[in-house]
Design a protein around this ligand. Sequence first.
Ligand SMILES: NC(=O)c1ccc[n+]([C@@H]2O[C@H](COP(=O)([O-])OP(=O)(O)OC[C@H]3O[C@@H](n4cnc5c(N)ncnc54)[C@H](OP(=O)(O)O)[C@@H]3O)[C@@H](O)[C@H]2O)c1
Length: 314
Amino acid sequence: MRAAIINKFGAPDVFDMDDIPEPSIGEQELLIEVVTGSVNPVDYKQRKGNHKFIFGSGFPIVLGYDVAGIVVATGRNVRQFKAGDRVCGVLSNKYGGGLAEYAKGAEKCFARVPENVDLYRSAALPLAGLTALQALRDKAKIKKNNKVLILGAAGGVGTFATQIASFFKAEIYAVASERHRSFINRLAKVNFIDYTQTNILRLGQKFNIVFDTVGKYDFLKVRHLLMPGSIYINTLPRPKILAHKFVSLFTRGKKVKTLLMKHDREDLEMLVRWVADGKLKIFIDKEFPLDKVGDAHRYIEEGHTEGKILIRYK
Ligand SMILES: NC(=O)c1ccc[n+]([C@@H]2O[C@H](COP(=O)([O-])OP(=O)(O)OC[C@H]3O[C@@H](n4cnc5c(N)ncnc54)[C@H](OP(=O)(O)O)[C@@H]3O)[C@@H](O)[C@H]2O)c1
């Protein structure tokens, strides 16, 4: 099968198109013919070799977690899917394996995509959508009328987080630069804050939830923005997290948490249902063909994406 592979870690030009064997599936796995993928920051971090001490360097490596496509085979213990199903998912293999004509993943990684949802665009939903949902609902326990500050509201995770916070009827403060203002106003009713004009650390208000998708802040820097009993949550595991948790013991119940996305079929099904109902929108900033995935990496690495980046395979 055709795949975008890397044979070394490095810059966006390390990708090569090559023919490699199709993956073989286990009893609990699906094989899908991929129609689209989407790029997430984790993909370029892995391309650079940031995770090589955890996942190893068994080249050739096929990157890519988010995929959408058609099921072509199922393992004998798969119960929820059959050949021909339209699905999207976030792959559970180390390094993903999604940048190829065929990809495999565990059953829990996928959700069926109904006919009224664009299969191609659905590849942009799983990783960022699950992260936003699980951060706000499970970690932060978001409630009606909560004041929620979303740092990075125009990015992949932030776009979904802003919409999901509005489903919970939160009062949203969305942080991005001015050029995303009209885009963010299309996501939900928000108080827009341009971080190039306003020092976020000097906002004269306090919040129930600070959701930091950017990673330029930390609990120590923002704790004065939190009400007693409230929460700062980020998406980047930090070496100082234990020290910050210790400090949080002396901050009148303010908490610090890091979200690591969990594979959860029911959560992904809920996100797809919201899309099918027209409630949750998927915004695609740019599309690239599979053989130009290096350009997609170059673009997302600049750090100013508005929504998601899609990779088309055909
Ligand atoms: N732990 C997990 O399970 C998990 C899951 C998903 C993602 N993540 C991590 O979460 C982070 C965000 O992911 P993503 O997909 O949302 O990335 P992304 O789409 O690349 O985010 C880009 C956005 O960040 C915004 N941004 C940059 N600097 C900012 C600042 N100082 N203040 C406010 N916004 C700023 C940009 O807005 P401007 O153009 O206005 O600068 C842009 O819209 C990444 O580091 C990713 O690796 C972790």
